[in-house]
Ligand binder design. Structure first.
Ligand SMILES: Nc1ncnc2c1ncn2[C@@H]1O[C@H](COP(=O)(O)OP(=O)(O)OP(=O)(O)O)[C@@H](O)[C@H]1O
Ligand SMILES: [Mg+2]
Length: 312
C-alpha cells in the first residue's frame, strides 16, 4: 500500500520542505522500504534543489520533464505522456546515493499555474459544469499520481505556504497531510484556522463530487499529525517558551496526533542544501549526526503510525 502524504502549512518558513525531504531520505535508507517519491508542488522548488543542483534540474526542464509540464498540458487540453519522474537524483561526489528516492521536480513557472487554474473556473457559469470544473482543477495531479503510485511505498508532496489550487491538488492526490510547525507564537497561532479551512475545502469538494456522481474522483487528505520543528534548546533542555507552546498546542489538539519526536534548531542546513544532501550525509560531525537521528526518530514514528493503522 502506498502512503501518500502532503506536508502543509500556509505559514511560510516552518520547515515543511526540510521535514518532507529529510524524512524521505531517512525512509530511502531503510532496507524494508522499496521506493520513495517526493513531489515538489512549490514554485520556490526548494525540495527539487535539495535533490539536485540547478544545472542538473535545467536539463530536465529543457526536456519538459517537470511538474509544470503536467499542469500546463492539462490547461492547454493536450495529452500528457511525459515521464516526469527524476529517478535517483541525489548524488555525492558524482555518485548516486539514496537510489530508492525519486522526485517529480518542481518549476518556478508553477507560479502561474494557480492563476491559470483560477481562470479556467472563472470562465464557467453553468452549475453542472461548475461542479465538474471545481473537481477537475483540483484533481490534475491526482490523476497522474494514480498511474504511478503502485511503484512507491511513500509519496510525499511538498506544498507551498498557501492553500490555493496547487496545494489542493496535493490534498486530493494524498490520503494524509502532516503539519510541520515551529513551536513559537506566530507559527502556531493559525493552526486552528488551518485545520478549519482544510475541513471546509474538503467538504466543498465532497459536495461537488456528490453532485457530479461520475466515478471515483477521490477525496481530500486527512490530518495524520503535527511535527514540531526547529525547537530551541538551551543548556538545560528546551527553552521554556517553546516548551510551554508545545504543551499548549498538545492540549489544544489532544484529539489529534502530535509527533513525540521533533527537530531542534541547529546549524548545518545551509551547508547541506548547498550540496543537495541530507544533513547527516553532508558532514560527519556529531551535530549533523544528531540531526540525522532526530529525522530518523520522526520517520520511525511515522512508520509505526501506519503499522498501527494496519493492525486496527
Ligand atoms: N532544525 C532546523 N534548524 C535550523 N534551521 C532549519 C531547521 N529546519 C529547517 N531549517 C531552515 O529553515 C528554513 C526554512 O525551512 P523550509 O524551507 O524547510 O521551510 P518551509 O516551511 O518549507 O518554507 P516555505 O514556506 O517557504 O516553503 C530553511 O533555511 C531551512 O534550512
Ligand atoms: Mg518549502
Amino acid at each position: 500500500m502506498t502512503h501518500k502524504i502532503s506536508f502543509i502549512n500556509y505559514k511560510g518558513g516552518v520547515a515543511k520542505t526540510t521535514t518532507a525531504y529529510h524524512i524521505a531520505c531517512a525512509l530511502a535508507e531503510i532496507d524494508e522500504v522499496n521506493k520513495v517519491l517526493l513531489v515538489d508542488i512549490d514554485p520556490q522548488m526548494n525540495c527539487t534543489l535539495l535533490c539536485g543542483a540547478p544545472e542538473r534540474w535545467e536539463e530536465r526542464n529543457k526536456e519538459n520533464k517537470t511538474l509544470y509540464n503536467l499542469f500546463d498540458s492539462h490547461i492547454r487540453n493536450e495529452e500528457f505522456n511525459e515521464d516526469i519522474i527524476w529517478e535517483s537524483p541525489i548524488q555525492k561526489a558524482g555518485n548516486i546515493i539514496l537510489d530508492k528516492l525519486d522526485i517529480i521536480p518542481g518549476n518556478n513557472m508553477l507560479l502561474e499555474i494557480d492563476m491559470q487554474l483560477a481562470e479556467l473556473i472563472r470562465s464557467t457559469t453553468i452549475p453542472r459544469e461548475l461542479a465538474e470544473s471545481h473537481i477537475r482543477i483540483r484533481t490534475i495531479l491526482n490523476s497522474y499520481i494514480r498511474t504511478i503510485e503502485d511503484n512507491y511505498d511513500y509519496i510525499f508532496f511538498d506544498c507551498p505556504p498557501n492553500l490555493y489550487y496547487l496545494t489542493q491538488n496535493a490534498l486530493t492526490a494524498s490520503d494524509w497531510y502532516i503539519i510541520p510547525t515551529i513551536p513559537d507564537f506566530l507559527s502556531t497561532v493559525g493552526l486552528t484556522m488551518l485545520l478549519g479551512i482544510i475541513e471546509r475545502l474538503s467538504e466543498e469538494f465532497r459536495r461537488n463530487v456528490a453532485s457530479c456522481s461520475a466515478g471515483d474522483r477521490g477525496a481530500f487528505a486527512e490530518l495524520k499529525g503535527l511535527i514540531f520543528c526547529r525547537a530551541r534548546k538551551g543548556s538545560h533542555g528546551l527553552l521554556n517558551l517553546h516548551k510551554s507552546i508545545i504543551q499548549t498546542v498538545s492540549n489544544k489538539f489532544s484529539d489529534r496526533y502530535i509527533f513525540n519526536s521533533m527537530t531542534t534548531e541547529a546549524i548545518g542546513f545551509s551547508e547541506a542544501s548547498r550540496e543537495s544532501l541530507p544533513v547527516w550525509l553532508s558532514r560527519r560531525n556529531s551535530k549533523f549526526q544528531e540531526l540525522g537521528n532526530q529525522y530518523r526518530a520522526i520517520t520511525q514514528e511515522l512508520i509505526n503510525l501506519f503499522q498501527d493503522d494496519e493492525n486496527e
